[in-house]
Design a protein around this ligand. Structure first.
Ligand SMILES: *[C@@H]1O[C@H](CO)[C@@H](O)[C@H](O)[C@H]1NC(C)=O
Length: 283
């Protein structure tokens, strides 16, 4: 493992509406508030500048760089924090393809990473539900690990959390936390939101955090909220309900260390019996 220093993590469970400029201005207020409260790394939710829904994406999409991305760079600099900029609908210049994309900044306001959601959610149960992200969005093809002065962070977006390989690979490449901007709904939220975070954390003995938008019952997509931070033993160390809020936790290297020493799965894997999924991933 490379650097790992203690830091304060903040998840901004932002109230998101239909007005993009307002969403971005509101995000700035909340990022500054988190920084004043001592946060070193601040996370925004999935789709924080646009309502969630594939039919909204073409209208709200921006290129990178673009207006929202410049604002994010500027807020990171103003707040002097590492900023995991939630996600925005991204329009790729040239191809016109759309992606669900998270950009990451250092405290100087420089972009240090970009994650395009790798797993798109498509469901079609005839007569029941049809939701096809792939009709509007394209999928990213790379995993994202960013180096910060506090430690290496792995990034995934929403549905990516259901694929344990991403988290496993991040942990084995030295990430100390996996961060997911996400928006589960009112069915999958109560059923799996916390379970998935705790599962990813305990399997990999790393911190896991997921940052949701606040719930808006009048929105087309009603988010579960409950932004949560889980420690490397699988315990919930910070969470909230559905309203707008900021969730804070102190991330502590000695906690990760003692979790791994106490239950040493980390050094007792049998890659002679099964494959190491991280083996072929170059960094
Ligand atoms: C939430 O999403 C799941 C998976 O697509 C779907 O089965 C369920 O009907 C949705 N629930 C609500 C309340 O939208």
């Amino acid at each position: 493992m490379s650097t790992f220093k203690p830091f304060k993590l903040a998840l901004v469970q932002l109230a998101v509406g239909a007005d993009k400029q307002k969403n971005v201005a509101h995000a700035r207020e909340k990022v500054l508030e988190a920084s004043k409260a001592g946060a070193n790394v601040v996370v925004l939710p999935e789709c924080f500048n646009s309502p969630y829904g594939t039919h909204h994406f073409p209208e709200y999409a921006e290129t990178i760089p673009g207006t929202t991305v410049s604002a994010l760079a500027d807020m990171a600099k103003q707040a002097k924090v590492y900023l995991i900029g939630g996600s925005i609908p991204e329009r790729e210049s040239g191809s016109d393809k759309l992606y669900n994309t998270c950009t990451i900044y250092n405290p100087k306001g420089e972009m240090i990473g970009k994650h395009r959601k790798v797993h798109l959610f498509d469901i079609d149960v005839p007569g029941k539900i049809r939701f096809q992200e792939s009709e509007t969005l394209s999928a990213g093809n790379t995993l994202t690990h960013v180096e910060t002065e506090y430690g290496k962070l792995g990034i995934g977006i929403c549905y990516d959390i259901r694929f344990p390989e991403i988290t496993m690979i991040a942990a084995r490449k030295g990430c100390i936390a996996m961060i997911y901007p996400a928006a589960f709904n009112m069915t999958t939220g109560p059923m799996h939101w916390e379970l998935l975070q705790r599962a990813r954390a305990v399997d990999n003995q790393m911190y896991v955090a997921a940052c949701s938008p606040a719930r808006d019952t009048s929105a087309g997509y009603v988010a579960w909220g409950h932004s949560t931070i889980v420690d490397p033993s699988g315990g919930v160390i910070a969470t909230t309900e559905d309203a707008e809020d900021i969730v804070y936790a102190d991330i502590d290297p000695s906690v990760l260390d003692s979790a791994r020493k106490g239950i040493p799965t980390y050094t007792q894997r049998r890659f002679d019996v099964y494959r190491d999924v991280s083996a072929d991933i170059k960094e």
